[in-house]
Design a protein around this ligand. Sequence first.
Ligand SMILES: Nc1ncnc2c1ncn2[C@@H]1O[C@H](COP(=O)(O)OP(=O)(O)OP(=O)(O)O)[C@@H](O)[C@H]1O
Ligand SMILES: O=P(O)(O)OC[C@H]1O[C@H](OP(=O)(O)OP(=O)(O)O)[C@H](O)[C@@H]1O
Ligand SMILES: [Mg+2]
Length: 300
Amino acid sequence: MMDKATRLKVALQKSGRLTDNSLDLMVRCGLKYSRGKDQLMCYGENMPLDLLFVRDDDIPDLVQQDVCDLGIVGLNVIEEKRLAFQAKGVQPLFDQLMTLDYGKCRLSIAVPDGVEYKDARSLHGKRIATTYPNILARYLRQRDVQAEIVTLSGAVEIAPRLGRADFICDLVSTGSTLLANHLWEAETILESQAAIITTPVPVSAEKQDWIHRLTMRIDGVQQVKESKYIMLHAPRSKLADIRKLLPGSESPTIVPLDGNGDKVAVHAVCRENVFWETLESLKGAGASAILVLPVEKMLA
Ligand SMILES: Nc1ncnc2c1ncn2[C@@H]1O[C@H](COP(=O)(O)OP(=O)(O)OP(=O)(O)O)[C@@H](O)[C@H]1O
Ligand SMILES: O=P(O)(O)OC[C@H]1O[C@H](OP(=O)(O)OP(=O)(O)O)[C@H](O)[C@@H]1O
Ligand SMILES: [Mg+2]
């Protein structure tokens, strides 16, 4: 096992929307861990990698200050911090390594029911409540709109009812929070999902190697989620039709069947979900003995 200085430190959200998915991702990448007594750290038992649990807003700073080598956080927070650093004349040091397939949401302007909104000019001279003042300020600046930004750290959706703002700029996913608060989504200003950020401060060769391995494993984990392995028998004459029906597959393996010159076995990895409709179409095209198997691990 490597010594402390060579162990990767990864910052994750302590408790919130990204926590379960982030921890699950690490486990799928092979991490076995034991949790510290204070619940603030997890120690990797089979990889030189430890997890730190913090507020998501602190993750870019921890990576910026090189306290952590990697952090998993939403693009919304990354962008807000990047702009906040720039506004203070500080060079943002963290780099974006890769995006992840969860935490998908958007930062949108929302308007109280019954209030009109045509385009960004409708915001002119108004008060807008948000947790993302820098992203909103950039949006307004780019459209030459002057408005007052009311920065709140949470519960932004109730600001109009409290008379603190005319509009809000907040995260939306299903839209149910807006609906419950009598607001409607007028415009999206940023699309977001979880991402991994990394310190560009040079790390040791061992750490770099583990960052590379982790990236490859995450790629593999994200790819297998939708992937299926299909096996079927097909008449040689129908192969072209059947190949067209295999969703998102690269060149399939074609194996002759012993004692049956007309038929072959087709094996293919399909990188998209395989629905019953696809199996029915395959059968209709002449396929038989169709098997669909889950893919557990994949390394490109
Ligand atoms: N409704 C949603 N659907 C999907 N992803 C979301 C949703 N809301 C937020 N997110 C993403 O998850 C991140 C964390 O959201 P959460 O609401 O847990 O943050 P928080 O309240 O700021 O937590 P913390 O206590 O860590 O500061 C957001 O920054 C965003 O990237
Ligand atoms: O469009 P929806 O699906 O309703 O999601 C949007 C809501 O989700 C997030 O809050 P979250 O529920 O994570 O709680 P929080 O406000 O305590 O951060 C976000 O801040 C919105 O309020
Ligand atoms: Mg937060």
